[in-house]
Design a protein around this ligand. Structure first.
Ligand code: GDP
Length: 443
């Protein structure tokens, strides 16, 4: 996940501070030096880092911190506040026109994730009760129109296209008529990108802007490109005066510099974060939550939102009932796991839990998605009878299951053991005998 290395370093630094009862000016300065190095290594813009550290130092070296009973915590609090401010303070919504249709224009370089983000945004708006129209305005990349049409089909949302031999300005204008005759209140306009910024592209985008006067221009940039993303953003903003940024590929192993520098350099807020290739992988960007994730304080609010969106409440209720009656089977185990997986990659989910944010702890936990694939394959290779009553699984059945699932007998044994432990724990929970501090064994 993005920021994992930065998070690990910062948390190490702060753990050292937390352990000290009293802090000297020297302690704080040494810690801030480590913070500075970690930020530079994460590819945060040099000037941004310098200003950031200066601000924290001004606040952290004063009496307020030195005389505090928990000086370490106090420093972390200051860093958290400044980091939030750096990313824009609070979340920023997209502008909705009082007179429909609202026009959202997506701009960005080729490959940044513009078309995908257009689809993700359409999905989000649709879920929020809007009637979005996707508009295929990228007439130069032959596959772009088809790509948008496929996204529209998957989302069951309309796509307006005039083919690839029309002028993008005409397409943008035409989409307004189409939207009003088809009852669409929001237009999401995909536009052409190039591999690099070029004059022709900018002029075309300016003409579209002048022709349809968008309510919101969203610039899509790829977090994996680091400081380049920031430079690209600066260029686009100078020409088009964008309203906000969609930072994509935050699920990758980018070091995170773009996310921390872009607001300070361009003055424009990140409004959305792309966190995967699936259409559901778009999050509203909350600077406060992002900052606490980086500092290992977790992000319980995003976790709850994700759970609400991905977990089927009906199924969850039924499962609870089964757990209470101790009728939990391996089939339920698999279903429950699938629901958790719908929420996203494991390391990302665990990263939102306070205290688990540190990449180091996650590595130790070894809850990788591959392991979940194994479990799924093993359970799929069982007969319905075996899933309902794992006690019947004898030696020869174990061998068959291991072969069928492409795993090993050890893996099968491990899963059965985990399942037994989970059941046992449920039983204890039900009878109220759960010991204090008893943990849950993750699969
Ligand atoms: P465009 O040329 O800007 O329209 O870019 P596309 O929308 O075609 O995206 C380029 C590639 O990036 C595709 O393979 C997408 O699946 C991928 N992509 C887009 N957004 C994300 C994201 O948030 N995470 C990941 N992992 N991949 C993404």
């Amino acid at each position: 996940m993005i920021f994992s290395s930065l998070a690990e370093k910062l948390q190490d630094t702060f753990n050292k501070l937390k352990g000290k009862g009293k802090l000297s000016e020297k302690d704080v300065k040494a810690a801030l030096k480590e913070v500075k190095m970690a930020l530079l290594e994460a590819d945060v813009n040099y000037k941004v880092v310098k200003d950031f550290i200066k601000k924290i130092e001004e606040r952290a070296v004063g009496n307020e911190v030195m005389e505090s009973l928990t000086p370490g915590q106090h420093v972390i609090k200051i860093v958290n506040e400044e980091m939030q401010a750096l990313m824009g303070g609070s979340k920023e919504d997209i502008a909705i026109s009082s007179e429909p249709p609202t026009i959202i224009m997506m701009v960005g370089l080729q490959g940044s994730g513009k078309t995908t983000s257009a689809g993700k945004l359409a999905r989000k708006l649709d879920k929020d009760g809007k009637n979005p129209l996707l508009v295929a305005g990228d007439v130069y990349r032959p596959a772009a129109i088809r790509q948008l049409q496929v996204l529209g089909e998957r989302l069951d949302l309309p796509v307006f296209s005039m083919g690839d031999d029309s002028n993008p300005v005409d397409i943008a204008k035409g989409s307004i008529n189409y939207a009003s005759s088809h009852n669409c209140d929001t237009i999401i306009l995909d536009t052409a990108g190039r591999l690099h910024i070029d004059q022709e592209m900018m002029e075309e985008l300016e003409s579209i802007k002048a022709a349809v006067d968008p309510d919101e221009i969203l610039l899509v940039v790829d977090a994996m490109t680091g400081q380049d993303a920031v430079n690209v953003a600066k260029n686009f903003d100078q020409r088009l005066d964008v309203d906000g940024i969609v930072l994509t590929k935050m699920d990758g192993d980018a070091r995170g510099g773009a996310a921390l520098s872009i607001k300070a350099i361009t003055g424009k807020p990140i409004k959305f974060a792309g966190t995967g290739e699936k259409l559901a992988d778009l999050e509203t960007f909350h600077p406060d939550r992002m900052s606490s994730r980086i500092l290992g304080m977790g992000d319980v609010l995003s976790l709850i939102e994700k759970a609400e969106q991905s977990i089927d409440q009906e199924k969850a209720k039924k499962l609870e009932e089964k757990l209470r009656k101790n009728e939990f089977t391996l089939e339920d185990f698999m279903e429950q796991m699938e629901q958790v997986r719908n929420m996203g990659p494991m390391d990302e989910i665990l990263g939102m839990i306070p205290g688990l944010g540190g990449a180091k702890q996650l590595k130790n936990m070894q809850v990788d998605d591959k392991h979940l694939d194994y479990i799924e394959a093993i359970i799929s290779s069982m007969t319905p009878e075996e899933r309902r009553d794992p006690e019947v699984i004898n030696g020869s059945r174990r061998k068959r299951i291991a072969q069928g699932s492409g795993t090993s007998i050890q893996e099968v044994n491990r899963l059965l053991k985990q399942f037994r432990q989970t059941k046992k724990m449920m039983k204890q929970l039900n009878s109220g005998k759960m010991k204090k501090g008893g943990g849950f064994n993750l699969p």
